[in-house]
Design a protein around this ligand. Sequence first.
Ligand code: VGL
Ligand code: ZN
Length: 236
Amino acid sequence: MATTRRSLVAAAAAAPTLLAAGRAMSRPDTARADLALIVVDVQVGFLPGGNLPVPKGDEVVPLINRLAARYRNVLLTQDWHPANHLSFASQHPGKKPFETVQMPYGTQVLWPDHCVMGTRDAEFAPGLSIPHAQLVIRKGYRREVDSYSAFLEADRTTKTGLDGYLTSRGIREVHLCGLATDFCVAWSALDARRFGLACAVIEDACRAIDLEGSLARAWAEMTGAGVARISSSALL
Ligand code: VGL
Ligand code: ZN
């Protein structure tokens, strides 16, 4: 009987603790050493007024600043093209932006000239404030090959080096945010899974280009590959 009474008291006393622990456990620990936030392409060129504006791309900047402050490890990517990059429609006479061409590695969407290395369009968004960011991965700097993904260029074989960096640092999980959901964020998320990392995309901290259903397709592929679709409210 004494045992039962003690157990009931213990259970009653423990209830609030369990609730508190449950709440704490349902909020991922963003300060974990084996987790990194990757902020994808939050650059002038992808904001309204830039050369390849993502609708409402500016809206994610303050949210990303708040999110990033919670993570021990933050990495940035930067789209970084030479002026004659072959993903630019301007390099293909008769072609217009958002048409496609065949490249040796497959179909390539043609874009307006954007994020040319060293220009203002390629700079990080002026409101982006992540002083503790540890690494900037630049991508798309070879004329012949585009690179949406932070891990692998569009030929699907050339590495950016990010996988080796993460492995060296013991980072096993990445959370992604930034621009654009359906291109650089999605390709990076899918490659994170290919390299065996746990991966979540923070949906409301991203904005999409959405070319002919590309956003829905990207989410279907990400979900199928085991990318978690989360909201910033689960983290803040
Ligand atoms: C991107 C198109 C071309 C992106 C970069 O950051 O999503 N999209 N270059
Ligand atoms: Zn680009």
